[in-house]
Design a binder for this molecule. Structure first.
Ligand code: GLN
Length: 484
């Protein structure tokens, strides 16, 4: 397995690159948050004109917050679990008074009057928010090419996509502009860009992280989660994000989870490789899974291949359920309540012109697909059937987890593809999420870690999947594999 070139680490040599290390030093007063923030902003200003990972950079606000934090610490105050760590936020997570565009023309100038609960929590823990990141419009896509603000480029090769929809967040970490970032994952939008950019990404259990203030795409599938350059840093951020939030009715009670759950002995670990996912993957992606299995088996784990054929239907069900929910969620963008208004002679014409001008092609396609699937006469044939498949996928996973602690698969069938390669063919774009979508349908967690390189030395991602609230086990296994 070739290691290839490495993503550029945050810090550029003089500063620690790890978020855990930065937070510890800043908390102890051995490193100034101001210095770390300056370094992050300098990296953004030198790298981002090429990468286009950021929609907004919060220069003054970030500098002011870091100085306030340094003053607090100098007076003996507690800096927080993420003291002085620069973080980038996907542009579908609301910050009060800061543009939250979802990379859409319709929200181009919209400034939320409130902030997401995860933002409040990050600030309380001392994180320094340096900007909002580029994404596929309303998180619909797998390449960040549906953004109204132009596509983000993959830092490993700027002629390739960074994946999507959280491509800006993944690229910002991979290019060393920030050590941490937030993304959202509805069908793979954290794990797939993490894989294509050679960083770590976690899609948490549904309900573990508050969705309050996340602009809804498909509410029964959406979860916010971390990007980082190492498993340990992703774990640190996940720990901060996992709390009960009364503002989100699907937030799990705090008593249900613990990231510190005692992990199992490696020798007792049972690992299943999802066999039916392998034939469609490129050789490098397939080999990563097989190598990881062999490595874990060498440590004493019981590793075997297993067929879970129901998972192959996940993608068909997802492309009914997600557009159906999106068509309902996006009805609120009507030219009155948020963002853009294009005038018309009456209200109806104003609604139509606003939505025609405001939404891009992919978003329109999803709204039409979803409206069709929900309409009388087609509901039973499409939506109801997709929901039945969703139940089958959940049951198939639950059965697999009676025999295995974790499952392994490629995160994506290929390494990052060239910009423009799949734009004209939505079906081939949708297939990028073949291996990530079933997890969302089940509400389960999964992590993607970089595991070697493939074609042209581009990074390959390995996906580790587990049952609800198994994050601590996934992280334990990811750390073993990362060491390799
Ligand atoms: N690529 C998938 C889609 O286009 C998943 C997106 C996501 O997870 N937000 O719907």
């Amino acid at each position: 397995m070739s290691l290839g070139k490495q993503p550029e680490a945050f810090g550029g040599g003089s500063l620690p690159s790890s978020a855990c290390e930065i937070a510890k030093l800043v908390r102890n007063g051995e490193l100034k948050a101001e210095e770390v923030t300056e370094a992050s902003l300098a990296n953004i200003s030198s790298r981002d004109s090429e990468i286009n990972g950021f929609n907004t950079v919060l220069v003054e606000q970030a500098m002011e917050e870091s100085r306030n934090l340094d003053n607090l610490i100098a007076k003996g105050g507690y800096g927080g679990r993420l003291a002085g760590v620069p973080i980038a936020i996907k542009d579908n997570i609301c910050m009060r008074g800061i543009p939250t565009t979802c990379s859409s023309h319709i929200l181009q100038n919209w400034k939320p009057p409130y902030e997401a609960s995860v933002i409040t929590q990050l600030k309380q823990e001392g994180a320094i928010i340096v900007g909002k990141t580029n994404m596929d419009e309303f998180a619909m896509g797998s390449s960040t090419e549906t953004s109204f603000f132009g596509s983000t480029k993959n830092p490993w090769d700027t002629k390739r996509v960074p994946g999507g929809s959280s491509g800006g967040s993944a690229a910002a970490v991979a290019a060393g502009m920030v050590p941490l970032a937030l993304g959202s994952d509805t069908g793979g939008s954290i794990r797939q860009p993490a894989s294509l950019c050679g960083v770590v990404g976690i899609k948490p259990t549904y309900g573990l992280v508050s969705r309050y203030g996340l602009v809804a795409f498909a509410s029964s599938l959406d979860q916010i989660g971390p990007f980082a350059a190492s498993v340990e840093d992703a774990e640190l951020l996940l720990g901060v994000l996992a709390f009960h939030d009364a503002k989100d009715s699907t937030s799990l009670p705090g008593t249900m989870y613990s990231l510190e759950k005692s992990p199992s002995e490696t020798s007792a670990l049972k690992v299943g490789i999802i066999k039916n996912f392998l034939p469609n993957a490129d050789e490098s992606c397939r080999n990563a899974v097989i190598n990881a299995g062999e490595f874990l088996s060498g440590l004493g784990a019981k590793v075997e291949e297993t067929e879970i054929p129901e998972l192959d239907y996940g993608i068909a069900a997802y492309y009914i359920i997600a557009p159906a929910e999106a068509s309902s969620n996006l009805a609120r963008f009507d030219g009155v309540r948020y963002g853009l208004r294009a005038d018309g002679k009456d209200v109806e014409e104003m609604n139509v012109t606003t939505r025609t001008e405001g939404f891009g092609r992919e978003v329109k396609r999803r709204i039409m697909l979803g409206t069709y699937a929900l309409s009388a006469g087609y509901y039973d044939a499409y939506y109801l059937k997709a929901q039945k498949i969703r139940t089958l996928v959940q049951e198939a996973f639950n059965k697999a987890y009676e025999s295995y602690d974790v499952l392994l698969s490629p995160t994506s069938p290929s390494v990052a593809f060239p910009l423009g390669a799949k734009v004209a063919d939505p079906l081939s774009m949708y297939l990028s999420d073949l291996y990530t979508i079933p997890t969302n349908l089940a509400g389960h967690p999964a992590i993607s870690i970089p595991y070697g390189t493939g074609e042209d030395n581009m990074p390959v991602g390995l996906q580790i999947l587990g049952p609800a609230l198994s994050e601590s086990v996934l992280i334990q296994v990811a750390k073993l594999l990362e060491k390799r």
